[in-house]
Design a protein around this ligand. Structure first.
Ligand SMILES: [Zn+2]
Length: 226
């Protein structure tokens, strides 16, 4: 018979539960250990074991921490980009082609996480959303919190873009939009600095509207330029 006798099955079950509990206790009372050599990990190195040098497993890291920049909306973008490049070259799967399968898998996961974090933090809209989300504020797709006056203004703008039939008119609309977007960035920054997350949320929703219209203007401008 292939099936395990019930008693053996039960004892295996009990044993595995006991092991888990023991590991759990160990984990709680001591620092994290390396998956490869079981030595304690140094906290300041997120990626490698200080003893054996193996690449550690991916864990849920705050994007700002991962990319080693201050957690703020007006992020230091040159530090963001240079840290991103440094991490990407350090964690790139090519660097692990002679390492174990576990490390190869870890490097793939770290690389994609670093990419995702950089993409999120490098764009003001997604960066703002990320900060809100980490603080428990979600932006729903139905933007009910935008005031009607603003929505009317957006409709007028859309109409103006649609009706514009030459390069100069479109260019002028584009310039005005850019000024409004820049102003909104300032406001957003202020609301994040003041930790007024509701205001930040509203400004982010407005920003999305303006950026959408700006994208249409840019696309249309390309046609007129040819
Ligand atoms: Zn190790």
């Amino acid at each position: 018979m292939l099936r395990l006798p019930v008693t053996r099955y039960l004892s295996a079950l009990v044993q595995s539960t006991a092991t888990h509990t023991a590991t759990g206790r160990l984990y709680c009372s001591t620092a994290k250990v390396c998956w490869s050599c079981s030595k304690p990990l140094v906290k300041k190195d997120k990626f490698f074991c200080g003893s054996c040098g193996t690449l550690q497993r991916v864990e849920d890291v705050d994007y700002f921490k991962l990319l080693d920049v201050s957690n703020r909306f007006d992020v230091d973008s040159s530090a963001l980009t240079s840290n991103f490049r440094r991490l990407q070259s350090m964690l790139h799967p090519d660097k692990f082609s002679r390492r174990s399968n576990e490390e190869k898998a870890n490097s793939l996961e770290w690389s994609s996480l670093v990419n995702k974090a950089y993409k999120t933090l490098n764009t003001p809209l997604t960066r703002g959303r990320y900060i809100l989300k980490r603080n428990g504020v979600q932006i729903s797709e139905e933007n009910t919190s935008v005031d009607p006056e603003f929505l009317m203004d957006m409709m007028d703008k859309n109409e103006a873009v649609e009706e514009a039939s030459n390069y100069d008119d479109l260019d002028e609309i584009g310039q005005t939009l850019k000024a409004e977007i820049d102003e909104l960035y300032e406001k957003l920054n202020d609301s994040f600095l003041e930790n007024d997350l509701e205001q930040a949320k509203e400004n982010l929703i407005r920003l999305k509207y303006l950026l959408n219209i700006e994208a249409v203007v840019k696309e249309k401008l390309l046609k007129y330029k040819v």
